[in-house]
Design a protein around this ligand. Structure first.
Ligand code: ADP
Ligand code: MG
Length: 145
């Protein structure tokens, strides 16, 4: 059976952050997620997209590519990619409280994504961009709720 998927390309304007989050959440509804799962998905997408707006393209507007796919076993896969500045040291960037954003940023975006999704993969190349791939298994209806 063909899997269901979509790809979206949006400019890194802060007004598009809520659009991205709601779009992914709407796509995920075919998996019949709980409200908590929807909320986790929205928050994680928000964090990743905000990172593109703030860090990847700090002084300009660039493209953000969001693709989602439903994998076997009721798993939602979300990929958020930018062609921005990239991350010098990904392991360091993923550490809680690490930020290059100064006072305004908490440095918890990756920690939040990790706590809400099953897996978070980050690949990045300086000057080329960053890809964040997240997966979350959505509980089945037959599971106890
Ligand atoms: N898409 C991205 N492009 C470039 N740098 C990024 C990107 N996402 C994250 N980073 C880097 O990783 C750091 C940690 O990100 P995060 O945990 O979300 O905390 P915060 O956004 O509060 O700084 C950021 O400060 C930034 O240096
Ligand atoms: Mg962040």
């Amino acid at each position: 059976m063909d899997t269901n998927k979509f790809t979206l390309k949006i400019p890194s304007r802060s007004c598009n952050e809520s659009f991205a989050r709601v779009t992914v959440a709407a796509f995920a509804t075919v998996l019949d997620p709980t409200l908590e799962e929807i909320s986790d998905i929205k928050t994680s997408v928000s964090e990743a997209v905000t990172n593109c707006n703030v860090h990847a393209y700090p002084n300009s507007i660039g493209d953000i590519y969001i693709s989602c796919e439903i994998l076997k076993g009721n798993v939602l896969k979300i990929k958020i990619r930018d062609k921005g500045c990239g991350i010098e040291d990904v392991d360091k960037a993923r550490q809680p409280l690490f930020t290059t954003g100064g006072e305004e940023r908490a440095g918890l975006g990756f920690a939040v994504m990790e706590s809400m999704m099953d897996t978070v993969r980050v690949t990045s190349k300086c000057g080329k961009g960053t890809t964040v791939t997240m997966k979350k298994k959505i509980s089945c209806k037959d599971d106890a709720r």
